[in-house]
Design a protein around this ligand. Structure first.
Ligand SMILES: [Fe+2]
Length: 315
């Protein structure tokens, strides 16, 4: 059994106009019109869409959808996931057609994160043209990027992803403080059957109402990433983490907040692995440099405000 790649993302929102401005004006992806049921579609390559954004009452990532290859593999995986005790629901032919796939089913991991699995993907001949001048997104065999989910029941959720065919790439515990009593936070970065370092990752943290920690898209060049960072600032999109480079997948990039409340990581120049021979690692920290998180900045600003206040008293 093998998961091929991350294929598309389904999002529900009550803020479709805001998502549209974010996707086209900030991320620089292409407006691909609407599905028959009215969902807004956005493309980043020759797939008819990679983002399906449905009208909803609240903000939530409904599903990350993974390509499982062919019909026998899809039905085997469906039975396997049902046997693991997770709910499975087949999509209707109309729903599959609107997703550009031959067939799919919905399920969720043991932390409740939404997943779809499909086979029979589609491509078309419309050239990708970014409305913001992005030279391109790196997809192909490596899929559209990666998804990071929260899993407070970490061990159970990690076992689920292993059981359904994702492979370990990096399984660390990250320590975000200097406190020796800090137990750290478990993470599992897992690959599909392609060279992307991880197509899914889970972190041992409370599940956010948005249903996702972050998504990652890979742009072709570091200049594409830098220009996207400028568009984030110009459009007053909240920065979640400054530009930096990860230790484990070596990606150069930054994080910003989507209208859905979860983050979008924009990166370039990642490590590409051979999934057949990769020996799992366990890194001690997430970033080689940079990636100053907004909560870290807030703490630093608070500390410098306190310094200035106490300095003022002394003077
Ligand atoms: Fe990431």
């Amino acid at each position: 059994m093998g998961i091929k790649a991350l294929g598309y993302i389904v999002i529900a929102t009550a803020k479709q106009a805001e998502w549209h401005r974010f996707m086209t004006g900030v991320v620089g992806v292409m407006d691909a019109g609407h599905a028959a049921d009215g969902a807004a579609l956005y493309r980043i390559d020759d797939r008819p869409f990679r983002f399906r954004i449905e009208a909803g009452a609240s903000e939530r990532l409904l599903a990350a959808a993974y390509d499982i290859g062919d019909a026998p593999a899809l039905s085997a995986l469906r039975a396997h996931i049902a046997a693991l005790g997770r709910p499975v629901e087949s999509g209707t032919p109309d729903e599959a057609a609107m997703r550009g796939v031959a067939a799919f089913f919905r399920t969720s991991d043991p932390a409740g994160n939404g997943l779809e699995f499909f086979h029979g993907d589609s491509r078309d001949s419309v050239e990708f043209v970014s409305p913001a001048g992005v030279s391109g997104f790196v997809t192909g065999d490596m899929g559209m990027g990666h998804t990071v989910f929260a899993a407070p029941n970490f061990d159970e959720t990690y076992a689920f992803y292993k059981a359904i065919g994702f492979g370990d790439t990096d399984v660390p515990r990250f320590h975000f403080s200097d406190d020796p009593a800090d137990p750290g936070m478990g993470f599992a970065f897992m690959h599909a059957q392609n060279g992307r370092h991880h197509s899914v990752a889970i972190g041992e943290m409370p599940a956010p109402p948005s249903g996702c920690v972050h998504l990652m898209l890979e742009m072709k060049t570091q200049s594409d990433v830098g220009k996207c960072y400028d568009r984030m600032r110009l459009n007053k999109v909240p920065e979640s983490a400054s530009i930096g480079r990860h230790v484990n997948d070596q990606t150069f990039g930054f994080y910003m907040q989507t209208p859905g409340g979860f983050d979008l990581e924009i990166g370039a120049d990642p490590l590409v692995i051979d999934p057949a021979t990769w020996v799992p690692t366990a890194h001690l920290q997430p970033s080689e440099w940079g990636h100053v998180w907004s909560w870290q900045k807030a703490m630093e600003e608070q500390a410098s405000g306190q310094d200035q206040a106490s300095g003022g008293e002394q003077a």
